[in-house]
Design a protein around this ligand. Structure first.
Ligand SMILES: [Zn+2]
Length: 132
């Protein structure tokens, strides 16, 4: 079983050739494709050299297949996609849509795991959410 990243809206596969592929757009700029390392907690990203990503700038993320806006119900600064791991476990992956902010959360039922040095930034909020 291989890890898979799934669009919560269309069920499309977002992981190709070991890259998570998302479409992203910063306000006032043209959209771009972002290739992300699918390893959770790895913040390495690749994009076309014509785009500049400034630390701290906020992006909207979209499914590159159905163009659904990938937003998290936990916080307006987080993005959510569905993940199936190697053990066929399904969970939600939430990560920050602010460039340079390293906060990632995996949520499976009531269990939350956090990754990245900026994870505490949203933790208070997540603890307040009823995940049942
Ligand atoms: Zn989709």
């Amino acid at each position: 079983m291989k890890m898979d990243y799934i669009c919560p809206a269309c069920g499309g596969h977002l992981l190709i050739n070991d890259k998570l592929i998302l479409s992203a757009k910063h306000e006032g700029e043209t959209g771009m494709l972002i290739l992300m390392n699918p390893e959770i907690g790895n913040y390495q990203t690749t994009h076309h050299q014509s785009h500049m990503i400034e630390e701290g700038s906020k992006f909207d993320f979209f499914c590159p297949i159905c163009h659904h806006k990938l937003s998290s119900q936990l916080n307006e600064n987080l993005v959510m996609v569905h993940v199936t791991d190697q053990n066929d476990k399904h969970f939600e992956l939430h990560f920050s849509r602010i460039a340079g902010q390293k906060s990632t959360y995996t949520i499976m039922g009531k269990s939350v795991e956090t990754f990245g040095i900026d994870a505490p930034h949203y933790l208070d909020f997540i603890n307040l959410v009823d995940l049942s």
